[in-house]
Design a protein around this ligand. Structure first.
Ligand code: B12
Length: 155
């Protein structure tokens, strides 16, 4: 996990969902992504959906990274991804979600599958550790900046 280094131009928006007041998960993700050389805009906790959409339109990140741990994330996440995928500017943006997606511990895995089916590019349940997220970050490095821009434009 330590040998993954992002190209300096990779930009991330990190956010929680509207109901979730937890903050250290967001600090953790920001530090992780910055340590890999990424640029992070951290929107913080309890962010309304419309603010997330507006900030993504403004920053046009390579990926939106959503974190949630209060147990409501699978509900907030479904609502959020429907809005993102319906937005003409953001429909093709890379969007992932992770954390404690429900209140069922290892049983939260099924929420991850639902969230991906609804439109997230990936879902990372905290009980599974960070290896899959590392693989996701590594995958970003195989895409050129131009390819990522095209994804961001919904092409
Ligand atoms: C501190 C805390 C609070 C504080 C938060 C203060 C703050 N400003 O952040 C306060 C007191 C406000 C709080 C409130 C609540 N909390 Co609270 N809280 C905690 C606690 C003790 C620690 C959370 C923390 O800071 N962890 C440190 C960070 C670094 O770890 P993390 O959040 O787990 O994130 C890691 C992983 O989840 C993962 N991860 C997270 N997001 C993402 C995203 C991606 C993409 C990836 C790859 C990985 C990833 O990576 C991180 C590092 O390993 C946990 C219990 C625990 N020990 O975890 C409960 C806990 C999260 N809280 C819980 C609950 C239920 C609540 C309340 C609903 C309680 C209530 N009835 O009011 C409210 C919800 C408020 C709200 N609107 O969201 C539950 C959630 C249950 C669940 N999901 O199964 C927990 C797990 C406690 C429990 N065991 O029941 N809480």
């Amino acid at each position: 996990m330590d040998d993954i280094s992002l190209a300096p131009e990779r930009r991330f928006v990190v956010t929680s969902v509207s109901s979730d007041a937890h903050m250290w998960n967001l600090v953790f993700l920001q530090l992780l992504l910055e340590e890999r050389g990424g640029h992070v805009v951290n929107l913080g906790a309890c962010v309304p959906d419309e603010v997330i959409l507006a900030e993504c339109r403004r920053h046009r990140p390579d990926a939106l990274v959503v974190s949630t741990v209060n147990g409501h994330g699978h509900l907030d996440g479904l609502r959020l991804i429907e809005k993102l995928r319906a937005d003409p500017v953001l429909a093709g943006m890379r969007v992932v979600i992770g954390g404690k997606l429900g209140i069922r511990g290892s049983g939260n895995a099924r929420f991850g599958a639902e969230l991906v089916a609804a439109g997230f590019d990936a879902a990372f349940e905290s009980e599974a550790g960070l290896a899959e997220f590392d693989a996701f970050l590594g995958g970003l490095e195989t895409m050129s900046t131009r390819e990522l821009a095209l994804v961001g434009e919904g092409v």
